[in-house]
Write a protein that binds this ligand. Structure first.
Ligand code: FES
Length: 150
């Protein structure tokens, strides 16, 4: 039999975890943003609600570059570091999933290739890493992604 005090302690613990669980579920939401850069640099302002998922460490988001027909997976890997890689699997070109904190990487459902957020191959048949873009973060709100290599 559980005491009233234990019940209250368990309830408090569950309530304190609920926002984290909600936040974690938001981190997985696949969001695609169309970007039409004038130069070869994408400028992402994290204050923009469209990029809210990238305010959270392990947040991951698709960014589609229309004029280059490229889709990137941008992942916040720490408070001051982001990775941006092509979402096209290097095996046979399927779309790679967003970063999943539960498995610690980006997975491809077609034949189970598995990548680190920086595109490094961690498993599966992928013959080479996902192409990577240079990211520069000002440490506050602005993330710049150099897409000149795409
Ligand atoms: S296309 Fe991704 S593993 Fe085959």
């Amino acid at each position: 039999m559980i005491s009233r005090r234990e019940l209250l302690q368990h309830s408090a613990t569950l309530l304190s975890l609920t926002p984290l669980r909600l936040l974690a579920s938001c981190v997985h939401s696949p969001t695609s943003i169309e970007v039409e850069p004038v130069t070869n640099t994408i400028r992402i302002d994290l204050r923009n609600p469209e990029y809210a998922v990238l305010r959270v460490i392990q947040g991951s988001q698709y960014v589609s570059i229309q004029h280059k027909r490229v889709s990137l997976i941008v992942t916040r890997v720490s408070s001051d570091q982001f990775d941006a890689v092509s979402s096209e699997c290097t095996h046979h070109g399927c779309d790679v999933n967003l970063y999943d904190p539960l498995v610690g990487g980006l997975s491809c459902d077609c034949h189970h290739s598995f990548y680190a957020p920086d595109g490094t191959v961690l498993g599966g048949p992928a013959p080479k890493p996902l192409p990577k873009a240079l990211t520069i973060f000002d440490g506050v709100h602005i993330l710049k992604i150099d897409i000149s290599t795409f």
